[in-house]
Design a protein around this ligand. Structure first.
Ligand code: HEC
Length: 158
């Protein structure tokens, strides 16, 4: 509990120190590793940004819409963690972590369908060189305009 309070105070302080209008620090949601996790998924196409083995994580609130369909409420979030594919006795197996991506419902992100799209290094540092529109949204727009830009499906989650 003490820890929680200290964390809240720290957050409040950083919010005060940041000058108004400064670029917001984009970070991965805390504790996402404990959210519900998809089965292992593999993309074999080396030209794909999603090449490798990946797992999708989503929190409880997001799961409700994922199951029922429709528009996701503000704050809904998905995290995907990617690993290289390594050869283990002729079978593909999980190699090193190579990327983490985030989608978070944020109505200020008008150019990307009301979702914040962000990529991170394996250590969880924001990779600002990825353009949310060109590197992310165009593909999600093409594949999932009817499902609020969420491509994966609950029926294929577990
Ligand atoms: C070439 C197409 C393509 C591009 C580009 C792309 N994605 Fe995706 N994305 C997908 C596919 C396909 C899935 C579903 C994967 C699955 O079903 O396991 C997905 C799933 C996701 C998910 C899980 C929620 C969902 O939609 O199922 C997140 C989060 C995500 N992508 C973020 C990003 C971010 C951030 C970027 C840019 C750095 C990005 N994506 C670029 C194709 C793309």
């Amino acid at each position: 509990m003490k820890k929680l309070i200290a964390g809240a105070v720290f957050l409040a302080m950083t919010a005060m120190v940041l000058p108004a209008g400064a670029a917001e620090k984009i970070s991965l949601p805390k504790g996402y590793e404990k959210w519900e996790k998809s089965k292992e998924k593999m993309v074999n196409d080396k030209n794909s940004l999603f090449y490798g083995i990946h797992y999708i994580y989503l929190d409880k609130k997001t799961m409700t819409t994922y199951k029922a369909g429709g528009k996701y409420p503000e704050g809904s979030q998905f995290v995907v963690v990617f690993y290289n594919i390594k050869n283990e006795g002729g079978k593909p197996a999980k190699g090193k972590k190579n990327m983490v991506v985030l989608m978070k419902k944020d109505k200020r992100q008008k150019a990307t369908g009301g979702w914040l799209f962000a990529g991170f290094t394996p250590e969880g540092k924001h990779n600002a060189t990825l353009d949310p529109v060109k590197t992310c949204f165009e593909c999600h727009l093409k594949d999932a305009a009817a499902t609020d830009f969420v491509i994966s499906k609950y029926s294929d989650f577990k």
